[in-house]
Every structure is written in structure tokens, then in C-alpha cells.
Design a binder for this molecule. Structure first.
Ligand SMILES: *Cc1c(COP(=O)(O)O)cnc(C)c1O
Length: 500
């Protein structure tokens, strides 16, 4: 299957799309044509998560042989997940279930895509005849960096370098990064914020290395959520959630279910929308935002306007004003010419408006909503009290939006809804303590132990293990030293080439 850009008719192979990430015209890659609906309960009723992955991914990566995909799925979705179901679906009552996407290595949903992506990328490298080592450069505000490090660690032919804002991540997130294991990883704090790290990394992509700087041995790539290698693995779990709901009797075989997704960069919810396109019976699809509700305003008004105050919230992975993957959805709703124009306006003027006919189409596909910090906190403690279930702040935003829509009669009565649960609550010890009305103090690990005493939820070994692990990457550098840091690492890889 060929891939095309959202902004023009440029087409490339899947391997090229995986390696490049971004199209030459600045657009994002999409399949030239989405596969016709093909998922079927009769056919898939006994499928494991891994078999579901092969069934779905083989339609998007038609060039990768099925047995190769099966090998990738087996390696990606194995013992690094805490549960055999990979994404367990907990049905709370007849109205709603929680799809737990936090049982991977870093306790966040990004593990689902980033466990598989390195295999897709190394396949693409081979397919494209690229024999240089890949060096993944990633700027992170927290979750992506760690999930990418875990995904790429010790994957042959790849190396990864992550930059995080030294003062902008939580103590647990800092430990997750500074104590990273693996022979092919580098992690470095920077004096500056996430945008500084991101701009420095983008500048390096724009200026390739000279051969003597390592350019003859190293090719840069990114693990960013706009890569198709991250998007399609996310489609898999929506099909899986459907199979799980039918198997458990939470919905009937012919019944649809709603999905509420806590949204930042729009990758996760776009995957749900694609899952519906390939036949998963998703009824209402709800895009939940926090106080940075640029998307829910767009759904309400037809104007996407990023010229607004930026709020730092307790759901930091949703603190985003430019949702990159939204461009893909816009392409399907409005076409490539309108999308290219909207993206130009967004870059140059900070806003764009879609006409009424496009908005009518969008309204048929998706609903938006948002919750402020108080509603988020209230949702977390309500659900804990009523159902003895602890949600992280991102999931709590989604639940708050869901219960608000339900109260207003905007969720069809008698239908079942899945709340997408994107992070383990213990990644956010303070918000969790507030939700269960517990006093906790001491180090992050002391807080987690205190929480475990109160809630009975054990501390995930992935987090507990960090406490005594040695710090490997304590360093912090100035933001203008990032380029030299990368060059030095590329030089090392060049020297070590052939040894690994
Ligand atoms: C990344 C992230 C999100 C947002 O997902 P998008 O695909 O960017 O919309 C939500 N919750 C958590 C915990 C995340 O890490």
C-alpha cells in the first residue's frame, strides 16, 4: 500500500513513510486509501492481542509478510506487559468500562505503539537498503521519551537520544529517564522548556551531519506520534476492546459502544476513528480536553484558534495547543487543498475556520468536551468512592467529560461507553492521594507505598524497581549544547560500528 501526504498528492512506500516521519511538503502520511471494513467478530472471536495486531496491521503494512508481523507482535506484546491481555477492559457497570492501556513498561498508553514501532522501523531500514545506524532523536515533556527509550533499548541497528526539560518533569519521570538501561541509549536534561528541546532537535534534523561527524554511519529519525508506525498499532487496541466487550457480555455481538478519549496530540482518538472505518462498531466518539480546550472549542465553533493562554494542568500530556494529528482527521473531512491552507493559516496567523458543510460532516463523526481541574479532581474522587476504582488525571478528564455529556442527555441511553485509561494512577502520586483523601509524604516512592496501603493497589514493579536503580544519566546541558551532544554521540556510534 502506498502512503500519501495530507497536503499534496506526494506518495511514498510504507518503508519511506516510516523512515521519514513527515512528508516533504510538511504534511503527514496516510494510506492512499483506507481498507474497506474487514474486522469481524465471527472471524476474530478467539484471537489473542497479538493475533488481533497481525490481522489489523497486515491491512496497513501490506508489504510486510504476515509471519514477520507475527514475529514483531510476539516480541512487542510479550513479557514486558504486566497482563496477558495487554489491554484489559474492566467493566464497571452496565453503562461503562475502563480500557486500561497502562500495563506496559512505562505505565502509559504510549507503550502500546512504542513497543512495536522499533520493529517496524528496523524493517523499513532494511527494506529501503539503509545500512547506516538509525539515531532516534526525541524531545519529551515526560511520557514519550521514556516509552521510546524502553521501546528502542537494545534494538539492533538503532540508537536513541532523549532530551527532557530538567525542571519540567515530575520526580518519578526524572528517575525513569536518568536510570534508563540499555547500551544504545543516551538521556540528557536541558536547561530550558520542552519547546526549547523540541526546536533544537528540529534544527538538527534540518542540518544533516557531515560524513566525518558521523553522517556516513548514522541516519536520524524520530519516534514522534505523527509517524505512521505509531498510529496503526493504536488502531489494534480498539478492535481488541470491542472483542473483549463482546466476549465478556458487556455488549451484544451486534451492538455498538461509545469511546471517550483523553486527547492531546490527537493520535489516540484518530486511531479510534480509523478503527471505526475498518468496521469496529464504535458509536459515539468523544474527544475530551482539559483546560487547554482548543479542540472542543473547534467542534463547537468551527474555528481552531491557538492564540490563547496556555494552562499547566495535572494532566500534562494533554497540555497541547497544536494537536498535530488533527491534520489527518481534517484531511478526511475537508480534503488536501483545504487542509494545506488551514495548516498555513494556523502557522502564520494562529487560527483557521472551517465552513459549515465540513463542520456538519465532523459533527457526524465526533463530539468534543472539556473538563477543568476541579471537575477532573471531583471525577477522580467520585469514581473511587462509588466504584472503588482509581483513575489517573488524564483518565479523570475523560470520565468528567463523559459524565457531563451523560447528565445532559448527550450520550444515547442504553449504550455502553468505554473510557480510555491512558496512564497508571501511580504515575501521579499526589493527584492519586487527593482522589482517595489520603495524606502522603516523603519521597515519590514513600508516597506510592502509602497509597498502596490505603487503596490495596500494589505499586507496579516498573515503578517500584526504579527506587534502587543506579542513576546512569545525571547530566544537564544548556540548550545550545544539544547539537554538539548529538554530534559526539554520532561520533561514538561511528567508531563502535561493526562492534555491535
Ligand atoms: C500522550 C498522552 C495522552 C494524549 O494522547 P494523544 O494521542 O497525544 O492525544 C493522554 N494521556 C496520557 C497519559 C498520555 O501520555
Amino acid at each position: 500500500m502506498k502512503y500519501r501526504s495530507t497536503r499534496s498528492t506526494e506518495t511514498v512506500t510504507a518503508a519511506e513513510a516510516l523512515l521519514r516521519g513527515l512528508a516533504a511538503d510538511g504534511g503527514l502520511y496516510l494510506p492512499e486509501k483506507l481498507p474497506a471494513p474487514f474486522v469481524s467478530y465471527e472471524k476474530m472471536r478467539d484471537f489473542s492481542y497479538q493475533e488481533t495486531a497481525v490481522c489489523v496491521l497486515s491491512r496497513f503494512f501490506t508489504e510486510i509478510p504476515e509471519e514477520t508481523l507475527a514475529d514483531f507482535a510476539r516480541k512487542a506484546y510479550g513479557s514486558s506487559f504486566e497482563t496477558r491481555e495487554i489491554v484489559p477492559v474492566r467493566t464497571i457497570n452496565e453503562s461503562f468500562s475502563m480500557a486500561e492501556m497502562f500495563h506496559g513498561r512505562t505505565c502509559a498508553f504510549k507503550d502500546l505503539a512504542l513497543s512495536l514501532f522499533p520493529y517496524l522501523l528496523t524493517w523499513a531500514k532494511k527494506e529501503a537498503g539503509e545500512d547506516r545506524q538509525v539515531l532516534i532523536l526525541t524531545a519529551t515533556s515526560g511520557d514519550t521519551g521514556k516509552a521510546a527509550l524502553e521501546g528502542f533499548r537494545d534494538v539492533e541497528g538503532t540508537n536513541i537520544c532523549v532530551f527532557y526539560p530538567s525542571h519540567g518533569v515530575s520526580p518519578l519521570q526524572k528517575d525513569q529517564m536518568q536510570k534508563q538501561e540499555g547500551d544504545n541509549v543516551r538521556v540528557c536534561g536541558i536547561e530550558g522548556n520542552f519547546d526549547d528541546a523540541q526546536s533544537a532537535v528540529k534544527a538538527i534534523f534540518a542540518a544533516p551531519l557531515a560524513p566525518e561527524e558521523g553522517g556516513d554511519a548514522v541516519v536520524f529519525s524520530s519516534a514522534n506520534s505523527i509517524n505512521i508506525g505509531r498510529l496503526f498499532p493504536q488502531v489494534v487496541y480498539y478492535v481488541w476492546i470491542w472483542l473483549s466487550l463482546v466476549r465478556s457480555g458487556s455488549i451484544g455481538q451486534k451492538e455498538a459502544f461509545n469511546v471517550v478519549v483523553p486527547t492531546g496530540n490527537f493520535g489516540n482518538i484518530l486511531a479510534a476513528w480509523i478503527a471505526r472505518k475498518i468496521g469496529t462498531p464504535i458509536g459515539q466518539l468523544v474527544c475530551a480536553s482539559n483546560e487547554n480546550h482548543v479542540l472542543s472549542d473547534f467542534f463547537a465553533t468551527g474555528t481552531y484558534d491557538r492564540r490563547r493562554e496556555f494552562h499547566l494542568t495535572k494532566s500534562p500530556s494533554m497540555d497541547i495547543l497544536i494537536s498535530s494529528n488533527f491534520e489527518r482527521f481534517l484531511y478526511y473531512m475537508a480534503g488536501s487543498k483545504e487542509t494545506a491552507e488551514a495548516m498555513r493559516l494556523l502557522a502564520e496567523e494562529g487560527a483557521y475556520t472551517m465552513p459549515a458543510d465540513v463542520m456538519a460532516r465532523i459533527g457526524e463523526e465526533m463530539t468534543g468536551g472539556w473538563a477543568d481541574e476541579a471537575a477532573m479532581a471531583a471525577a477522580a474522587s467520585d469514581v473511587y468512592e462509588k466504584y472503588d476504582y482509581l483513575m489517573d488525571p488524564h483518565t479523570s478528564v475523560a470520565y468528567a467529560v463523559y459524565s457531563d455529556l451523560r447528565r445532559k442527555g448527550k450520550i444515547t441511553r442504553g449504550t455502553h461507553t468505554v473510557i480510555v485509561s491512558t496512564a497508571h494512577p501511580y504515575k501521579f502520586p499526589d493527584a492519586s492521594a487527593e482522589a482517595v483523601h489520603a495524606e502522603v509524604s516523603g519521597s515519590a516512592y514513600d508516597r506510592l507505598r502509602a497509597l498502596a496501603d490505603v487503596t490495596g493497589i500494589p505499586v507496579p514493579p516498573q515503578l517500584a524497581r526504579l527506587e534502587d536503580a543506579p542513576v546512569r544519566f545525571p547530566g544537564t546541558i544548556a540548550r545550545d549544547a544539544i547539537a554538539d551532544y548529538v554530534k559526539a554521540y554520532a561520533g561514538e556510534i561511528r567508531k563502535g560500528r561493526g562492534q555491535r
